[in-house]
Design a protein around this ligand. Structure first.
Ligand code: IPE
Ligand code: IPE
Ligand code: MG
Length: 242
């Protein structure tokens, strides 16, 4: 019999780690290669990090892939990033499903092209009943934009008489955000030496721990992931269970 009395409900629902995957451009520049070369190398690391989650006791992993501010980049870089997203979904969908990953996308889907949207929707549908690891990809995501979209939806609901202003509480807000049924992150890790959060999970990270590491994203891997979890005492102790 496992004595789980020492584990509180928060721990039992599974650890949530969110990544601000930064530094791809600088990694490429250091190699005198174009920025998309860094994004491709970064995508491989993202795959490695997701694969490592179940072993490390991480049940939820959220990945900042493209921000609402990233449209300010050159057309060339944006096109390369969108092609990389499509390619990565096509290439990894089968394995993610086989690994028991449930994939969700958060962010404003409005400006994304149909080809990419179809792949996103297919992957969400394919993996919807999986529960081994929950992978959330933030694509055209901004924390302020998410709060604004939620606010508009709540205003519409008030107007329709579905909710009363006085009933709007933190739980209501949570439901209207893109992250609805996903628990708040316990830990946010940003690579590349920048100590800012760049509009990531603004509402959800109010109580998260933060780790800022100088490592560039394409150099971040399974081992460093484990080391950071240990630093915060977050690596899951399985208490003999699964
Ligand atoms: C993060 O790496 C990836 C995205 C924002 C899409 P960057 O492209 O921001 O890399 P740096 O910060 O220029 O090195
Ligand atoms: C944050 O990185 C966004 C993503 C990792 C997708 P940026 O490189 O875009 O952020 P800033 O510009 O340094 O704040
Ligand atoms: Mg950057």
């Amino acid at each position: 019999m496992n004595d789980q009395s020492g584990i509180d409900a928060e721990t039992r629902r599974g650890l949530h780690v969110a990544f601000i995957m930064d530094g791809n451009g600088r990694w490429a520049k250091a190699r005198k290669r174009p920025r998309p070369f860094g994004h491709q190398a970064g995508a491989k690391r993202t795959r490695e990090v997701v694969e490592a989650c179940p072993d490390l006791g991480v049940k939820y992993v959220t990945l900042y892939a493209f921000s609402t501010e990233n449209w300010k980049r050159s057309r060339k870089e944006i096109t390369a990033l969108m092609a990389l997203f499509r390619h990565t979904i096509r290439k990894t969908a089968h394995d993610l499903h086989a690994e028991g990953a449930r994939v969700r996308f958060i962010g404003d889907r409005g400006p994304l092209d149909r080809k990419l949207l179809n792949l996103m929707e297919e992957l969400e549908g394919l993996t919807r009943n999986n529960d081994r690891v929950h992978v959330t990809v933030a694509l055209n995501y901004g924390g302020r934009d998410e709060i604004l979209r939620a606010t508009r939806k709540m205003a519409d609901a008030v107007k329709a008489g579905a909710i009363q202003p006085a009933d709007i509480g933190e739980d209501t807000m949570k439901q209207y955000l893109d992250t609805g049924d996903i628990p708040d992150p316990d830990l946010v890790i940003r690579t590349s030496g920048e100590s800012r959060t760049s509009n990531f999970l603004v509402w959800q990270s109010a109580y998260a721990e933060y780790e800022f590491t100088d490592t560039l994203w394409p150099d971040f891997g399974r081992e460093q992931f484990a080391t950071v979890l240990d630093k915060f005492g977050l690596r899951e102790r399985r208490y003999g269970g699964v």
